[in-house]
Write a protein that binds this ligand. Sequence first.
Ligand code: SER
Length: 318
Amino acid sequence: MKNILIIGATGQIGSELTMSLRGIYGNEHVVCGYIKGAEPKGELMESGPAEICDVTNPQMIAEVVKKYSIDTIYNLAALLSVVAESNPMLAWKIGIDGLWNVLEVARENGCAVFTPSSIGSFGPSTPAVQTPQDTVQRPRTIYGVSKVTTELLSDYYFNKYGVDTRAVRFPGLISYVALPGGGTTDYAVDIYYSAVKGEKFICPIAEGTYMDMMYMPDALNACVQLMEADPTKLVHRNAFNIASMSFAPEQIFAAIKEHKPNFEMEYQVDALKQSIASSWPDSLDDSCAREEWGWNPSYDLKSMTTHMLQQLEKKFQA
Ligand code: SER
């Protein structure tokens, strides 16, 4: 049986991944690691162990790992792309100094480590359409710089010390549970909230700007599937391209309009978000993930839209 620690467990991915892993491995085997000011609430707090675990504090990580005999760490502590631009040093401190702490604890205690990378690890000189698994990675954002470093440092610990590091490059993640907060792809979540509230959506990303996106249930499956994969089949490790859909604002708007014919959208392009979005790929080639560990997503734009709208409507009625 695995004993798992999730660092950043109250964030966008963590709050759902923690519950999902508790369902698979048992509540007592999944520790919700959080920081002061981002305490877990409700089911997340009540259904299993929770510990303060600041990624910038190596001793704190080591204590939690020893206390619960942790063998797998999901390191989800990070700032998203837009918010990171306003505090690059903090983005580095959490993303890289933090990762270094996690990897050292993992090396000393024999833990596997999952630290997500992103479409943000690519930049304007990367081939934009069907971006290959192995290609140019020269991002211009501090988010991207820290993600490329994350990939390299994770591979370094695998090659030098045998630490079992594995990761995916997440696209923009869409969910009705926790809001992302501070990313370039957030518009693709916000648009559903506007539609359900009956408000006009002000779109910060220009028409025709394609980015890869993914519905959260597929993203959670990716984490579990990759960490359960047969290591002998993994040619790559940090980090796999994964993809399920790529769209521009006018396409997600049209998909929502099929359910809500009166829904309206207006473009007010945000210069920072647009410059980041334009520097990221339009779509990723995820054939290595499909071949090496069986990646196979379930949701496309149409099925995600139906489910998102249903779930958000339930949420707002409650
Ligand atoms: N969702 C992230 C962001 O927009 C990208 O991985 O910052």
